[in-house]
Structure formats: C-alpha cells, structure tokens
Design a protein around this ligand. Structure first.
Ligand SMILES: *Cc1c(COP(=O)(O)O)cnc(C)c1O
Length: 365
C-alpha cells in the first residue's frame, strides 16, 4: 500500500488514508480495488498456503484499518472473536479489569471465562481512576471501552494506560464507538485496540466482522497465531464489504455526528425525557425516558424512520431500550434508549422522534 508516513513527507490526513490505503499499486491494468478472493488454498511455496492463514482481501482491509489506527491490524469473523483472541493473551488465572458498563457481550465473555477458571474479572467504574488503579494491582490486562456502552461515560485513556503499564498489564481499548477518526488509543500508549467492525467500520448493517490492532509486531503475531489455530477467520466477501464501508467512514461519521449533535440540542429539555446523554463526540446518544420501561418500549414502536433494532453504526438510524436485554447492567436506567444516529436528514429524524416522544406525554395518565 502507499505508505501513509513516508519519511520527510507530511503525514496524510485520516480521510485520505481511508480512501487510498490497501489498494493495488498504480500500474497499468491493476484493479482499483482488491477483489474478493474466493479461494480456500494457494499454490504451495508462497506465504499464504491455506485459506485459514491468509487472504489478499483480508490484507487490503487490514492495511487500511491498521494505517488508520496506527498499528498492525488482524481481522476476525466478529468483534467477539477478536475479543476472544485478545483475552487469550492473558495467562491462566490472570486478572482482567473491565468497565462495569461494557458491551453486554464483553461482560458475558469475561464472566464465562471466570466461571471456567480461565481468568479473574474485576469490573470497575472506568471514570474513577482511583478505582481503576486499585483494581489493577495484580492485573494482567486492563480492558476498557470509551465512550462506554450504553452509559456513554468517557474514560481518561492516557491515565488508564499509564496505570495499566505501571502494573505490568496490557492496556486494551474497544474503539468501536469512537472509531480511529475520533480517537486513536495506540497513540496514547495502548497495546491493543479491538473493533466490532460490524458497526461504524462496515457501516451499512450488512456485515458481521471484527478486528484487533496491535501496537507491536510481537502482539500482532500472537493474535494471528490464535486466528490461524482457532479459526475465527473473516469471510473474504465480508472483508471486501467492510473495506468498502471503511472507505467512506470519514464522510459517514461527519454527517452522523452532526446529526447527533443537532438532535441532542433539539431533544434536551423534552418533557418526556429525564436525561439526554451525549459525550460530545460520535453519533451514539442515550436518552432516558421518564417513567421507565413501559413508555420507553412504547417509544420504539411509534416511529417510522427510526428502526427498533440492536447494533449501531449503520447509515440507518436505529434505537433500542437497552434493559430489554437480561444481560444489561442494573445500573443502566430501565428507560434508557440508545440511539444510533444515521445519515438521514436531521429534520426528518427529529420530526419522527419528536412525534413519538410527544405521544408519550399525551398518553400519560
Ligand atoms: C457489537 C459490539 C461488540 C461485539 O462485536 P460483534 O461484531 O457483534 O461480535 C463488541 N464491542 C462493542 C462496543 C460492540 O458494540
């Protein structure tokens, strides 16, 4: 790929990197895009050998996301597969510190691994640096996401990385919500970044995929070894689609974030809402509906543009009441509805949501 940081040349903007990285060389008859390589094996004697060890469609995606995050990218079949590979770096019985408000799958995986005696999991308030420090005393890994899902708390990434390293622990950041355009944890010293590429990276609600980005070649090699052995490899078509999505991430995120900021301004103070939570960046907003589960469940049934669906980061605006999931933390309010703001016109999004919110007041006893 064209080197984004050629010595002497000014570093390219992420918007440019997203478009130009991971492409074939600019020589006659090279394709513009790396095609979908549907093959299970390769002629022997080269570097690839077999479909579980490598695929040129993966490489194109990995070169691009790796360039954006500033590390070595390894793609996986899902975000959960990427997480499993990273957690496998912890020695048996090692302690993993994680935010109490994490993606529910993260909490479930850590609890499952703890039940099996594989790791010890300690959940903390990630905004409380003293709590993180205390929990990290004998930690092997400090795992965190920021903003947290769905509480939207923001962690002090450099401070947590420092705490982790002081205790000899690996610092891992799930960067799914912010994307490398809004925060690059490796630049703050994190050892590993994890993505559910299902979300903003792919961006069109048509792919399930994950990725790990490692700061060092050594960690990347360990993660690749895990993928080759345990086999959670991404499909070539999905990888192609994820890269196609990644090309437009800068413009998608710009619009989604502008829409989110507008909506937050317009929704604040609405009589049907207790709270509008927004960390100030990104396109995820959490609103807390007055009256708890019942009106929140009604809200998500009363819109025509907003789709009641889990997941996030697609071009389409979606929302859901998070506590409908039994695994969601009890500290998340019953009435919290997480909005994934998409690319529709903000006036249409606002009108649709406002109609549903107003109807809650009209029908209140
Ligand atoms: C969705 C998600 C995951 C899990 O990723 P999958 O692609 O669904 O396996 C992990 N972390 C966060 C923050 C997510 O939103």
């Amino acid at each position: 790929m064209p080197d984004a940081n050629t010595a002497g040349a000014p570093a390219l903007h992420p918007d440019t990197v997203a478009v130009i990285a991971g492409r074939p060389p600019h020589t006659p008859d090279q394709p513009m895009s790396v095609p979908v390589h549907l093959t299970s094996t390769y002629v022997a004697g080269g570097e690839l050998e077999y479909g579980r060890y490598g695929n040129p469609s993966w490489t194109a995606f990995e070169d691009t996301l790796g360039a954006l995050e500033g590390g070595h990218c390894v793609s996986f079949a899902s975000g959960m597969a990427a997480m499993a590979a990273v957690l496998d770096l912890v020695e048996p019985g090692g302690t993993v510190v994680a935010p109490r408000h994490s993606y529910t799958g993260t909490v479930a995986m850590l609890k499952e691994l703890e039940t099996k005696g594989r790791v010890k999991a300690v959940f903390v308030d990630i905004t409380d640096i003293q709590a993180v420090t205390d929990a990290s005393a004998d930690a092997a890994m400090v795992w965190f996401e920021s903003p947290t899902n769905p509480a939207l708390e923001v962690a002090d990434i450099p401070a947590i990385v420092r705490v982790a390293h002081e205790h000899g622990a690996l610092a891992v950041v799930d960067n799914t919500f912010a994307t490398p355009l809004l925060q690059r944890p490796l630049e703050h010293g994190a050892d590993l970044v994890v993505h559910s590429a299902t979300k903003y990276i792919s961006g069109h609600s048509d792919v399930v995929m994950g990725a790990v980005i490692a700061a060092s070649e050594e960690l990347a090699t360990a993660v690749v070894a895990h993928r080759s052995l345990f086999g959670a490899t991404p499909a070539p078509l999905e990888t192609f689609l994820a890269l196609r999505g990644l090309r437009t991430l800068p413009v998608r995120l710009e619009r989604a974030q502008a829409n989110a900021q507008q909506l937050v301004r317009r929704l604040e103070g609405h009589a049907a809402l207790e709270e509008v939570r927004y960390p100030g960046f990104g396109a995820i907003v959490s609103i807390v509906v007055r009256g708890g589960a019942e009106p929140a469940d009604a809200l998500v049934q009363r819109t025509s543009i907003w789709v009641h669906a889990t997941s996030l980061g697609g071009v389409e605006s979606t929302f859901e009441r998070r506590r409908r999931w039994p695994l969601e933390q009890p500290t998340i309010p019953e009435g919290l509805v997480r909005l994934s703001v998409g690319l529709e016109h903000v006036d249409d999004l606002h009108r649709d949501l406002l109609g549903a919110l107003d109807s809650l007041i009209e029908t209140a006893p």
